[in-house]
Design a protein around this ligand. Structure first.
Ligand SMILES: Cc1cc2nc3c(=O)[nH]c(=O)nc-3n(C[C@H](O)[C@H](O)[C@H](O)COP(=O)(O)OP(=O)(O)OC[C@H]3O[C@@H](n4cnc5c(N)ncnc54)[C@H](O)[C@@H]3O)c2cc1C
Length: 453
């Protein structure tokens, strides 16, 4: 298989506007993987192979999780561009926040946890969260000197047989023994190939909006959270908003304010809660999600874990009847939707705010997906049990800005340990082959240093 083949597209899912439809079925490349990551041959055909660049650690994604990991690697002495590479698919700093809609002001977001060592400081609550976070992450990258490579999308991460990487095969850092080959692609098709001891993946979820499958077909426009730009685009229209999360609630209110008529559908009754979102609640949510990912199940959606806060604006929306769910969808019709109670509603557009799945397609060659549909995580919640040297940050219990920041620190420590272990394994293997060839290290070095005849 050519390593540039997109690996994130499950073959058996139907897609709409870039979203996955019909459930998190494992893709062909990721399916049935209750076995260790394969140690395989180099995946890029020699002719198309960019000159490999050697790094100790490659961080994929420069959102909150990747930036936090990069900070702790920096602090441990890794030099960006030499020992460390941070690759990000986006053209600007900001992670997924750089794509959020205009009306999502900083006030409307649940708050962003500080990145390590650089407090966010005072913000204008009325400014779009997108702009605040873009500026903040950009400042962090500059202060830390991270030299994030962007826009570079990692298309595959492949496990290598360390013995298979030749010493002269690398551009910087001459040692072989790399455990992973990381292939990245720019929008113009240019490619870069990295050889690394450890890979930290913090690729978030924004690239994989999820759409539930329903029978029938709606002929009008459909979009997902990812596509939403401005409620004004729907003025005068009747819009079905699907989803039980905060985004759906906010969309319904924005549409109402913009002169549209939102109709809200949730699969279960809305999970309103009076619980204040404090540290205890956050810790409980993290425990609940971790209990799934530590058994190889996919993470729960955030709303399933946290519920919807009964803040005054939402209470007012409930009172006005805007935030009254019509219940589950039974099927789509050409002009609208039939609900589970048998009622039909004609609508002009459907806005699916039905959540996201972890964006892990680039890891497909490692065959990480368990029969339960998730990745089996170690008790530290960042180490992938079946692929030593691969770490997920911002995944499962760390899918919040607070969790992502903490996970970055744990992953950085574990990646450094993995890199040190890879280096000693490579040294031991080199010593063993020198011994097998009957030559001492000093004799071998002397021979290498001797002038050619
Ligand atoms: C609508 C919405 C609102 C939210 N509001 C809040 C909130 O108020 N507070 C909160 O704590 N959390 C919130 N969250 C969750 C929040 O997004 C995360 O907690 C956190 O910001 C995610 O950080 P991350 O680094 O894991 O991912 P992201 O911010 O998604 O960053 C991932 C980065 O990886 C890059 N990437 C992806 N794939 C590749 C690849 N193959 N190669 C290279 N780069 C790649 C992307 O371009 C992106 O820059 C919200 C989520 C959503 C969807």
């Amino acid at each position: 298989m050519d390593a540039t083949t997109p690996l994130s597209e499950p073959r058996d899912s139907r897609r709409l506007g870039g979203a996955e439809v019909g459930g998190a079925k494992p893709g062909a490349a990721e399916r049935g993987a209750a076995r260790p990551a394969t140690l395989g041959a180099v995946s890029v055909p020699d002719a198309a192979r960019p000159a490999p660049e050697r790094r100790r650690v490659v961080v994929v994604g420069a959102g909150q999780a990747g930036l936090s990991a990069a900070h702790f690697l920096r602090r441990a002495g890794l030099e960006p561009g030499r020992d460390l590479e941070v690759l990000d698919a986006n053209p600007t700093p900001g992670g997924a926040w750089s794509h959020r809609w205009d009306a999502l002001t900083f006030d409307d977001a649940h708050g962003i946890h500080d990145l390590p060592g650089l407090p966010l400081g005072q913000t204008d609550p009325t400014e779009p969260a997108r702009e605040v976070v873009k500026r903040y992450y950009g400042r962090f990258e500059a202060v830390e000197g991270l030299r994030v490579s962007r826009p570079w999308r990692v298309t595959s991460v492949q496990a290598l047989d360390p013995a298979g990487v030749a010493e002269g095969d690398v551009e910087s850092g001459s040692e072989g023994g790399a455990r992973f080959e990381v292939l990245a692609q720019a929008p113009d098709g240019a490619r870069r190939l990295f050889l690394a001891d450890a890979v930290i993946s913090g690729t978030g979820t924004w690239d994989r909006p999820y759409l539930p499958a329903y029978p029938g077909r709606f002929a009008g426009p459909q979009l997902t959270t990812r596509d939403f730009v401005a409620a004004q685009d729907f003025a005068g229209q009747k819009v079905l908003v699907v989803g039980g999360g905060t985004s759906a609630v906010q969309f319904a209110l924005l549409l109402e304010a913009a002169g549209a008529q939102p109709i809200w559908s949730t699969r279960r009754p809305p999970q309103w809660t009076k619980l204040p979102f404090d540290k205890n609640w956050g810790a409980e949510v993290e425990r609940g999600v971790a209990s799934r990912t530590r058994t190889g199940l996919p993470p729960l959606s955030v709303v399933a874990a946290t519920g919807l806060p009964l803040i005054p604006r939402y209470v007012a929306g409930i009172r006005r009847g805007v935030l009254a769910s019509r219940g589950a969808i039974r099927r789509l019709t050409e002009g609208g939707v039939e609900f589970a109670d048998g009622s039909h509603e004609s609508v002009d557009a459907i806005l699916w705010a039905t959540g996201f799945r972890a964006s892990l397609g680039h890891l497909a060659p490692l065959r990480l997906r368990e029969p339960g549909g998730g990745v089996l995580m170690a008790p530290d919640d960042v180490s992938v049990l079946r692929a030593p040297g691969v770490f997920l940050v911002g995944y499962g219990p760390s899918a919040s800005t607070l969790g992502a920041t903490r996970a970055g620190r744990r992953a950085a420590r574990a990646a450094l340990a993995a890199s040190a272990a890879a280096a000693s394994a490579a040294a031991a293997s080199a010593a063993a082959s020198a011994a097998a060839s009957g030559m001492s290290w000093s004799a071998q070095n002397a021979e290498l240093a001797a002038p050619a005849h």
